[in-house]
Design a binder for this molecule. Structure first.
Ligand code: DLL
Length: 431
């Protein structure tokens, strides 16, 4: 099923012509209205007039997470503050978050892309979609909500948590589709299993849209079996409107990325050089329809590849593979994006803690931080250690919103690495 058949199946030459037109408009807009972008363009010796063909995008500068943070809160806006309608921020950045503003039109385009995603997997106005992602600054709640409403489905904004109540709502209101993170899906499966087969038979559940975190094909298969649903992969990021950037269709052979809204490139994460379809590298995205805060060549740091060839569904928008990893050291734990530097900053602000630390993530989504204490404290009394442990736990919880286990270790126990230290030991096998 199609939401906008003509646009979704537009032949490649028309689609690329549309991309070029929109790229030129977007480049002219940021060049004319955002001093920071004008400076970046000038540093690259380029103006919007250099964009003669789609390939000329490689002449434009990249935008990084750092650029967004430097321009916090609103210096990348191309319009007046009062013409924006909504703010979302990305979780887990060191220091200030990445703030993204939306106009009415921007929200409408984002919701429309989500409507395409849901429709291609069979959702209609007869469906009931229970949105189990947090509502708030995170895009997984509100953006999906708007997209599902556009289709006309009944949306239950249940948000994450309170699993017994989630199951009650599913039963009472005949939920057919759920939207959730893989980590919450695993938890939900556990609770559902405990309720027994008879309870599952009462539910009308058919599909689960899963994203916001990396997960493997194995996890997907496991959840399909436990929840008895079809799981569709959904990729997106706050900087690019949140969910609805790329999504699996009914054939589930990669995720279609909506190329009339974004130009995608795959580059070598080290050199920034473009790679051909089929090769893995870092995904770079340029917004083509954003009014309030367009972003040029954004370095997502997500590793993937463009799948060559046509999809059986007839859509011409190319597909990307499941996300294969990150080009930086960010990890996502229970839906929260975390950078090791955040943890480091907290540890370094506390007395009696050495510079060396390690972060362990285990299969049950638990996080343990091993922290070396100073020699001086090690000679001291044990009560002091308990206090320090508690203090560190609380401070970290306030920073990353997750309560870690703190393991204090003797000075000199953690290996001192030569070169780049390995801080994160991810035993969850998610890629
Ligand atoms: O996670 C937006 C979203 C909400 C996507 C709901 C899908 C569903 P952020 O919090 O900004 O936004 O995190 C974006 O999450 O750069 C990836 O590293 C990761 N990510 C998102 N979806 C997937 C996925 C939302 N399907 C970051 N597979 C991205 C792997 C994903 N990683």
């Amino acid at each position: 099923m199609f939401w906008q058949k003509e646009l979704e199946t537009l032949n490649r030459s028309r689609l690329e012509a549309l991309q070029l037109k929109r790229l030129r408009e977007t480049a002219a807009r940021v060049y004319g209205k955002v001093p920071y972008y004008r400076k970046l363009f000038k540093n690259n010796g380029v103006t919007p007039a250099h964009l003669k063909a789609l390939q000329d995008i490689s002449k434009l500068p990249f935008t990084t997470r750092d650029d967004l943070q430097k321009n916090y809160p609103d210096k990348l806006l191309t319009i007046k503050h009062h013409d924006t309608m909504r703010l979302h921020t990305s979780s887990g950045t060191t220091g200030k978050p990445k703030a993204v503003f939306f106009t009415r039109q921007d929200i409408d385009v984002a919701a429309n892309n989500i409507a395409r995603c849901l429709t291609m997997t069979g959702v209609t106005k007869k469906d009931v979609l229970q949105n189990m992602m947090s509502y708030g600054l995170f895009t997984g709640g509100l953006m999906m909500h708007y997209g599902a409403e556009k289709v006309g489905a009944l949306v239950i904004p249940s948000a994450i948590g309170n699993t017994e109540r989630q199951l009650m709502l599913m039963e009472d209101f005949g939920t057919t589709s759920i939207h959730l993170t893989p980590s919450y899906a695993l938890y939900l499966s556990d609770v559902l299993e405990k309720k027994g087969r008879e309870f599952r038979k009462k539910l009308k559940l058919k599909r689960a849209y899963m994203g916001a975190e990396p997960y493997t094909e194995e996890t997907k298969n496991k959840i399909e079996k436990l929840l008895q649903v079809k799981v569709y992969n959904s990729y997106g990021l706050t900087e690019m409107n949140g969910p609805g950037v790329a999504f699996e269709c009914e054939f589930q052979a990669g995720m279609h990325l909506w190329e009339d809204s974004y130009i995608m490139e795959i580059v070598d994460p080290k050199t920034g050089k473009q790679l051909p379809d089929g090769e893995s590298g870092e995904l770079i995205l340029t917004t083509l329809t954003r009014e309030g805060m367009p972003i040029i060549r954004y370095r997502t740091r997500d590793l993937t590849a463009i799948l060559p060839g046509k999809c059986k569904c007839g859509r011409t928008h190319r597909r990307i593979t499941r996300i294969k990893g990150r080009a930086d050291d960010m990890f996502i734990l229970r839906g929260v994006n975390i950078y090791p530097q955040q943890i480091e900053r907290v540890l370094m602000s506390v007395a009696h803690v050495e510079k060396n630390y390690q972060i362990y993530l285990d299969a049950n989504d638990k996080m343990t931080v091993k922290v070396e204490i100073t020699k001086k404290l090690f000679d001291g009394d044990l009560d002091k250690l308990k206090k320090l442990q508690l203090d560190l736990t609380e401070r970290l919880r306030a920073e990353i919103l997750i309560r870690p286990n703190i393991e204090l270790v003797e000075p000199g126990t953690l290996p001192v690495s030569e070169g780049k230290a390995k801080r994160v030991f991810d035993n969850r096998k998610i890629y």
